[in-house]
Ligand binder design. Sequence first.
Ligand code: ATP
Ligand code: MG
Length: 354
Amino acid sequence: MTDTLRLAVLEGDGIGPEVVPVAVDVATRALAAQGLTVETTALPFGAAAVESDGAPVPASTLDALEKFDLWVVGPHDSASYPAEVRYPPPGAVLRKQFGLYANLRPARAVSGVTATAPDIDVLVVRENSEGLYADRNMTIGSGEFMPTPDVALAVGVVTRAASERIAVEAFEAARRRRGHVTVVHKANVLRLTTGLFRDECLAVAERYPDVRVDEQHVDAMAALLVRRPADFDVIVTENLFGDILSDLAAELSGSLGLAPSINASDTRAMAQAVHGAAPDIAGRGIADPVAMIGSGAMLLRWHAARSGDSRVSAAADAIDGAVAHVLGEGIATADLGGGASTSEFGAAVAAQVG
Ligand code: ATP
Ligand code: MG
């Protein structure tokens, strides 16, 4: 077991350079408290990389990322890049290039923050490589096209293999949580694609007799998440449905600014908050770093599950505990109605973990 964790750090655009360093600092202190050191390597990404290297995800960044299994990645704001060149979204490039097929998005209310659903505690396990999301599509490249100027088409892809691996991810997560998986689809209308997804998830369920499984249509799921949020534990679904349901769950738990996430393959994981670059507040030092800090904790927990290093999971627990403690004390950034700056909030959390 190594005493040094190597992190690739890609700050990204907008509020990225404000929240990413806070998350890295908090993680570094939490790990130091467990006797571990962190070695960070900053890599060009986003608008700064367009300036320095002529592309938002330079080849040198992709090459370097190969050597890291843990990445902390900020948001990107493709709209801010020079209009004359069209780039695919940088986050999608990373997910596709490295096969980060699982997007894990937990949503849980914390005390100190007003939540629409104070009893929500769910994990949305979102298939990250298929479905209707053309730019994420690993199987057929671009999934959208216009056969005539007046008709636009999108092709959705669902494969048995990708459905199986995301289902395994969900059932494994359920074993670590409250032992309940809800498979979300729309198989009454999208019979072949989301039907295949559902069938494969239910086939995987047979390998997990200790986990309770049920299923919902995505529209009913949206309503039930508002009406009876406490009834749900792990929600596994395809790409587009997962994107929408995870924003809904995040808002029900308090705010998008709190929502952490990781994107993972079997061998590497990238911490990246659910929120975007927030250009409307960038550069003012008021962004909420909670989502990015929490994404860092998820990254450490992912690493601990594979390495078996309990010091790393202890650091992750310390981070989540510190954030809850600081929010519980009424310290918060402007999005939650507080008066703390990004760095003040970060310093309060850092003081708790280290
Ligand atoms: P993307 O397309 O990249 O997902 P988006 O259009 O969904 O971006 P965000 O960048 O997530 O938008 O911002 C949505 C709103 O939430 C904005 O008003 C933004 O200021 C706010 N917001 C997002 N993240 C944060 C944060 N960490 N702290 C405070 N406010 C935030
Ligand atoms: Mg968004």
